[in-house]
Design a protein around this ligand. Structure first.
Ligand code: RB5
Length: 168
């Protein structure tokens, strides 16, 4: 699946054309259980200046989270997006699917501390959220914590390399 829908300010500029600090490309996907939250996240991070590729779905019919987790993960693994955010009812199933794609490190977070730490220590390139677990306000704070943090490297780099080694 390609990156069908492009929304947001894009190319690191906001709606008034000012250059923003955020130029990262973020891919989003979800299943049917999380369309509203995913769209709220897309609008929120576009407002913050991120380039957003929301690959859906948009229709509310029941759909299978593995294919949506895989689609976002493949975009990150291919370098078409810098980071990914995936959402399902709990965040767990779509996280498991995303983590099957080589090069993906995706964690489910329901608190801002964990969301920051999976970037700084684990170099996570994807965040998973549960739309039936978190309210929108907290979910957006968790997203902000994830997107504001950077990998620290150093001793954490060795450990992330060990994770990569398990992939073969
Ligand atoms: C869908 O009912 C639900 O199973 C899914 O959104 C997710 O929670 C799976 O992990």
């Amino acid at each position: 699946m390609g990156l069908a829908t492009v929304s947001g300010a894009g190319k690191g500029s906001n709606r008034r054309g000012f250059i923003m600090a955020n130029s990262k490309r973020i891919v989003l996907s979800s299943d049917h259980a999380a369309i509203e939250l995913r769209q709220a996240i897309a609008a929120h991070i576009a407002e913050r200046g991120f380039e957003v590729n929301d690959i859906g779905p948009v229709s509310p019919e029941s759909t299978h989270y593995p294919k949506h987790g895989e689609a976002a993960a493949r975009a990150v693994a291919a370098g078409d997006a810098d980071l990914g955010i995936v959402v399902c009812g709990t965040g767990q199933g779509i996280m498991m699917a995303a983590n099957k794609v080589k090069g993906i490190r995706c964690g489910v977070c329901s608190d801002t501390f964990s969301a920051q730490m999976i970037r700084t220590h684990n170099d996570a390139n994807m965040l998973a959220l549960g739309a039936r677990v978190l309210g929108e306000g907290l979910a957006l704070e968790v997203v902000d914590a994830f997107l504001s943090a950077e990998f620290e490297g150093g001793r954490h780099g060795l450990r992330v390399d060990m994770i990569k080694g398990i992939e073969g």
